[in-house]
Design a binder for this molecule. Structure first.
Ligand code: ZN
Length: 95
């Protein structure tokens, strides 16, 4: 594996971990039909919970936070990046 592969698989692992955290707190949601990840209305209400969860994962050395090497801020930054990328509605809603 070249350095680029290592970098991109690490980036993917971070992306997936951030999305898993956001899905767990309801900051993001996944459509059961098309599997697209979207930002639900009122997601802001889940921000504090999401921040707590990120710190819990890091502090508890949770396996899901492993790609972040104990860096809760990096996990939170990735969660926010994924939220910014997420659309408000999925393909099903747009049809
Ligand atoms: Zn959908």
């Amino acid at each position: 594996m070249g350095w680029l592969d290592i970098f991109s698989s690490r980036a993917r692992a971070r992306r997936e971990a951030a999305i898993a955290a956001a899905l767990e707190t309801g900051l993001l949601q996944r459509c059961p039909v098309c599997r697209e990840v979207t930002e639900p209305a009122g997601a802001d209400a889940m921000l504090a919970r999401t921040e707590r969860l990120a710190h819990q994962w890091i502090a508890g050395d949770d396996n899901r936070a492993r790609p972040f090497d104990g860096d809760a801020d990096a996990l939170l930054r990735e969660i926010h990046a994924q939220r910014r990328r997420a659309p408000f509605d999925c393909l099903c809603d747009r049809l």
